[in-house]
Design a protein around this ligand. Structure first.
Ligand SMILES: Cc1cc2nc3c(=O)[nH]c(=O)nc-3n(C[C@H](O)[C@H](O)[C@H](O)COP(=O)(O)OP(=O)(O)OC[C@H]3O[C@@H](n4cnc5c(N)ncnc54)[C@H](O)[C@@H]3O)c2cc1C
Length: 368
């Protein structure tokens, strides 16, 4: 029996298991397939709170706090595993190609600047100085020099190794089929490897978290939102920064690939790539970097983002079920938000702290 059982071995479950084990808490982590084999390995790995969150508030605060944790967190993981997670915080451009886009972007820049964030407003040649590969049709851009990306697949691999080294009990290929309750308290799960018991159980099963909690008759609004995404070779396209436009994003990775994406479409739990999806990705990014027309296509894949009804994660205890909590629903930003999620959830599980979790508590959907 472990102190804590974490159900779902994506970026959130792995990060939490790693954090708990570093604090001396015994952890078992269960994954039905391969470690990180769902949304977490499908992601582009961008770390971009200023791009992603469109207004000041708890999501932006959480994202900024997580971004600030990243260098130390990635460094610790690299030290612990002797691996390289290819963290790159070398800046991000959000680009306007016409007057209407420029107006919206300028409004965003104003509140970001007033809130004290590190952003710069660029026009004309200033944009080309930051990113020479960008189209000369770019009218204006917000440049945020401290945002960037990580190789999420290497990060996942490092987390698995770190968990193993920290003594986490790692159970892959283990399907959870039920939540076990004794005298009104959750005592673990039933699984394809038999009963697994723990003092506390945390659901980190991504787009499947809703299905998992339905086993207890608890309804939380988590649904899969497919992202179709592709990679091309960076040969001949020496991009410096991540580029975001209204119709797509372009992420130059350190491994010789440029990741381009992504769709947001709903097809239940199907994660295949469709021709329409691929066409929309390609048509969406080429206006921003004309050199992409000649890029060598490498691969395309899909993943299921765990989306909640209000696009905020679900973090904290499940009301009415002692011994059970959730960390999920990170939608488009689970890679960015993994270090802060692990920290806040571990603070809750270790010390009972819930202050930071308040805006994200599952009770917001369950009290009534
Ligand atoms: C195309 C795309 C691009 C993205 N780009 C970015 C980005 O640039 N930056 C960013 O921050 N985020 C990005 N995201 C979002 C990010 O990938 C997700 O928010 C994050 O991966 C969610 O992590 P998770 O651990 O909650 O879910 P998952 O990675 O899906 O992990 C959940 C795990 O639970 C397991 N599980 C489910 N049911 C069971 C069961 N019954 N028994 C045992 N195990 C079970 C699953 O097999 C799965 O491995 C992107 C997502 C997609 C799809």
């Amino acid at each position: 029996m472990s102190d804590c059982l974490v159900v779902g071995g994506g970026i959130i479950g792995l990060s939490l298991a790693y954090e708990l084990s570093r604090r001396g808490i015994s952890v078992a982590l269960v994954e039905q397939g391969e470690w990180g084999g769902q949304a977490s390995s499908a992601a582009a790995g961008m770390l971009a709170p200023l791009k992603e969150f469109t207004a000041p508030g708890p999501m932006l605060d959480m994202g900024m706090e997580s971004l600030a944790l990243y260098p130390g967190w990635a460094h610790d993981l690299e030290e612990c595993t002797s691996g390289d997670v290819q963290l790159s915080l070398e800046g991000l451009l959000t680009v306007a190609l016409n007057d209407q886009e420029q107006e919206l972007l300028e409004a965003k820049y104003q509140w970001q600047k007033e809130s004290g964030h590190s952003v710069h407003w660029l026009v004309g040649k200033e944009i080309a100085e930051v990113e020479p590969m960008l189209t000369d049709k770019a009218q204006a851009a917000i440049y945020s020099p401290d945002e960037g990306h990580i190789n999420n697949r290497l990060l996942l691999r490092a987390l698995v190794t770190a968990c193993r080294l920290q003594g986490v009990k790692l159970l892959s290929g283990c399907v959870v089929s039920g939540i076990a309750v004794k005298a009104g308290k959750v005592v673990g799960v039933d699984s394809s490897m038999g009963p697994l018991r723990a003092g506390h159980t945390v659901i980190t099963s991504g787009a499947w978290a809703g299905i998992m909690l339905e086993m207890l008759g608890v309804s939380v609004p988590v649904r899969p939102v497919r992202g179709q995404i592709a990679a091309v070779s960076s040969v001949g396209i020496p991009l410096r920064t991540v580029i975001f436009g209204t119709t797509g994003y372009i992420t130059p990775k350190k491994d010789g690939k440029i990741v381009i994406g992504a769709t947001e479409d709903e097809s239940g739990f199907q994660r295949e790539v469709t021709l329409a999806g691929l066409a929309s990705i390609l048509n969406g990014v080429m206006p921003y970097v004309p050199a992409l027309h000649a890029a060598t296509f490498l691969e395309a894949w899909g993943g299921l983002r765990p989306a909640t009804a209000d696009r905020k994660p679900l973090l904290g205890p499940i009301p009415g079920w002692a011994g059970l909590s959730i960390a999920g629903g990170h939608f488009r930003n689970g890679i960015l938000l993994s270090p802060i999620t692990a920290k806040w959830m571990a603070d809750y599980l270790e010390q009972g702290k819930t202050e930071q979790l308040t805006p994200f508590m599952p009770s917001r959907f369950l009290d009534n």
